[in-house]
Design a protein around this ligand. Structure first.
Ligand SMILES: Nc1ncnc2c1ncn2[C@@H]1O[C@H](COP(=O)(O)OP(=O)(O)OP(=O)(O)O)[C@@H](O)[C@H]1O
Ligand SMILES: [Mg+2]
Length: 170
């Protein structure tokens, strides 16, 4: 787990994650780093591991397991972890940005940290500064995870995540 891809340019930002447990640990690592205002957009096909990663994020943020629903609709779930409010949305079934406006999504962005599955379905959901996490299925139990941060804060978040995860992975 956590081995580093040697693809030039993305070396620092690409992981091979070799089990669901390792994906969860990566999420937990991210969850401990999140602060109010942070935005994490998850991109990947059905079964890529976005919800596994989200459960890890919630765990790291101090949200109890029972609070983490498995959203199948475009609903924003606020979870109160440690001192952090964590919003989780899944845009898979969302028609368009208007529908997202109706949920109150945009009013919540500054109020906590936000994790959004299928964020690429409604690109308007992405604030200009964000961390995109791309998950690609590379085998039955392996996934490639690529971090694409935009903005100074999210660059820092990606750097800390890469360092923290590799340290834990050994
Ligand atoms: N390395 C891995 N990381 C994450 N999940 C893995 C891994 N290997 C196998 N899996 C399995 O892949 C599935 C990922 O499911 P998950 O619900 O997280 O996907 P998802 O990206 O949220 O899909 P959906 O878009 O349908 O919600 C789980 O059954 C998980 O056990
Ligand atoms: Mg999911």
């Amino acid at each position: 787990m956590g081995s580093v891809s040697s693809k030039s340019g993305v070396r620092e930002r690409s992981f091979s994650v070799r089990s669901p447990a390792a994906m969860r640990r990566l999420g937990a690592c991210l969850g401990t780093l999140l602060r109010t205002g942070d935005f994490v957009g998850l991109i990947g096909d059905l079964g890529a591991g976005k919800t596994v990663l989200t459960r890890g994020i919630a765990e790291g943020a101090g949200v109890s397991e029972s609070e983490v629903a498995s959203p199948t609709f475009a609903i924003v779930y606020p979870y109160r972890g440690r001192a952090l409010l964590l919003h989780h949305a899944d845009l898979y079934r969302l028609a368009d940005a208007d529908e997202l406006y109706a949920t109150g999504f945009f009013d919540l962005l500054g109020q906590g940290a936000t994790v959004v599955e299928w964020v690429d379905r409604v690109p308007e959901a992405m604030p200009p500064e964000r961390l995109l996490v791309r998950l690609v299925r590379t085998g039955e139990r392996t996934r490639r995870v690529e971090l694409e941060p935009l903005g100074a804060r999210h660059e820092e978040l990606a750097r800390e995540l890469a360092q923290g995860y590799r340290r834990r992975a050994g």
